[in-house]
Design a protein. Structure first.
Length: 180
């Protein structure tokens, strides 16, 4: 379990018994905690833009490993990808592109519109994460969580697992999960 995450016995039982709102919220909190670590936002955006990585899928894979000790296999990753594909393709992607297009617009009246698009994009990403969490295995593992997260990172990133951005993610995840 990562530092700062307070999941009590009742909440953990809700996750095990497939309450996706609880699991989805746990994934969302994990993602926010990791995303705010130094260099992580930039690394994730670089992987997204350069290599076409789905940031939410990557965060989900790290969460499965770090929070649950679960190593994803290719079939589980494919199920997770299929669960989010329509929302990611038809909502998150277009809203993100529109928000980015407005980034260069100097008009002050468009700044409010851009902020609203960012809020919509984040709300859509949250729904994506809830869908991802609903696909997660309900079992907890006694496996080494760091090793499981590393294996999931490699599976999700493929050749990009050796990139500088992946190194940033490893460092941030280690700092986040360090007990103390």
């Amino acid at each position: 379990m990562f530092r700062g995450e307070c999941i009590g016995q009742r909440t953990m039982q809700q996750q095990i018994h497939r309450k996706p709102d609880v699991a989805g919220e746990a994934l969302w909190r994990f993602s926010l905690a990791l995303y705010t670590r130094p260099g992580v936002a930039e690394a994730l955006i670089a992987l997204q833009d350069r290599a076409g990585c789905d940031v939410n899928l990557l965060l989900f894979a790290l969460w499965c490993g770090a929070a649950h000790g679960h190593r994803l296999d290719r079939a589980e990753l494919a199920v997770a990808e299929a669960a989010i594909a329509p929302v990611a393709r038809d909502i998150v992607g277009p809203v993100r592109q529109l928000r980015r297009d407005l980034k260069t617009a100097p008009a002050a009246d468009l700044l409010d519109l851009r902020r609203r698009l960012l809020a919509l994009e984040l709300a859509a990403e949250r729904r994506v994460q809830y869908r991802l969490a609903a696909t997660a295995s309900a079992s907890l593992s006694d496996a080494d969580r760091g090793e499981a997260a590393e294996a999931n990172l490699a599976l999700t990133l493929g050749a990009e697992a050796q990139s500088q951005e992946a190194a940033v993610l490893r460092w941030a995840l280690a700092a986040l999960t360090r007990r103390g």
